[in-house]
Design a protein around this ligand. Structure first.
Ligand SMILES: CC(C)(COP(=O)(O)OP(=O)(O)OC[C@H]1O[C@@H](n2cnc3c(N)ncnc32)[C@H](O)[C@@H]1OP(=O)(O)O)[C@@H](O)C(=O)NCCC(=O)NCCS
Length: 275
């Protein structure tokens, strides 16, 4: 769906929400229906969460608007993130819920602004935004990290993503996940997570290791070695326990290990995902 069509649907669903629950009128009007574009609405929502004594909401809103206007890829990634959460999170019934209520989504969009600032050599401002994201949403993403589109940070409490991490498109990450260094390396020291990976709650992935496309990491794992594409690992330290049923586990969010194919079993069932 293009950004304009998505925005039209967001506004339509916001009007319906106001009709259903008039007590939320001010919230939906101020953050959604008073705006004429997705980037304007997102900038307003994020600035209302992240402002502090030193940075008024109006200054942040202007900064965020400029960043989204300067970076078509950032707002395009935001649109894909909204669709990703709506598609994957069974607790979510409409697009406005994603924008207004999900701190993982808000943290990721704020990071997209911090990343834009970092790429434009405004490092101090990027680090300030990172700090506000961490304090406000309990999600700590270094602004130099690279995060693709269609990414969902579910629940999101305590997620840490280190400076040289790479997260490709269509990845799902649950609460308490760390993409960190081992403490033994310097420079490029963080994980590289390929497309379609699902990372279960509380998992710690440490070091400059590759998590192959379509892999699945069981909750609570400590992953210290590279994970081959389309394999499932779990445990401390993590070991291969099977292969995901689908080719992109991040998209179907199946977290049931009993349904895994055995590691010596058949090829995973291939779904027709368009990534
Ligand atoms: C423990 C640690 C420092 C590695 O120490 P090390 O002595 O160099 O250990 P190695 O990597 O050589 O691994 C030695 C063994 O311990 C295991 N191991 C290492 N770290 C482990 C962990 N956290 N939990 C369980 N087992 C672990 C390894 O699998 C390996 O087992 P094996 O010999 O059977 O293959 C590192 O893995 C670690 O956990 N660092 C903490 C980093 C962190 O918290 N980063 C977050 C930054 S935001």
């Amino acid at each position: 769906m293009n950004i304009e069509s998505l925005w039209d649907q967001i506004v339509t669903q916001a009007e319906q929400a106001i009709a259903d629950e008039p007590l939320l009128t001010n919230l939906y009007r101020r953050h959604i229906t008073d705006h004429n574009s997705l980037s304007s609405a997102i900038s307003n929502i994020l600035s209302s969460k992240l402002y502090d004594t030193y940075m008024p909401a109006s200054s942040l809103e202007q900064l965020f608007n400029e960043a989204f206007n300067d970076s078509p890829q950032a707002i395009s990634a935001t649109a894909r993130d909204i669709e990703a959460v709506r598609e994957r999170d069974p607790a979510i019934q409409s697009y406005p819920e994603v924008l207004l209520h999900l701190k993982g989504f808000m943290a990721l969009q704020s990071y997209r602004v911090a990343h834009h600032l970092w790429q434009n050599n405004r490092h101090q401002l990027a680090l300030y935004v990172q700090s506000r994201i961490s304090e406000t949403f309990d999600v700590d993403i270094h602004p130099a990290a690279c995060v693709g589109k269609g990414v969902m940070l579910d629940h999101a409490n305590g997620i840490v993503i280190g400076e040289t991490s790479v997260i490709e498109d269509n990845v799902s990450i649950l609460q308490g996940v760390t993409l960190g260094g081992t403490g033994k390396e310097s420079g490029d020291r963080h994980p590289k997570v390929r497309a379609g990976v699902l990372i279960g709650a509380g998992s710690k992935i440490l070091g400059n290791i590759e998590i192959g496309q379509g892999a699945k990491i069981g909750a609570g794992s400590v992953v210290l070695k590279a994970v081959a594409p389309h394999t499932t690992v779990a445990g401390v330290p993590a070991k291969q326990i099977g292969s995901p049923e689908s080719i992109m586990p991040a998209l179907d969010m199946c977290q049931n290990l009993e349904k895994e194919l055995a590691s010596d079993g058949k090829t995973p069932h291939i779904l027709d995902f368009n990534i």
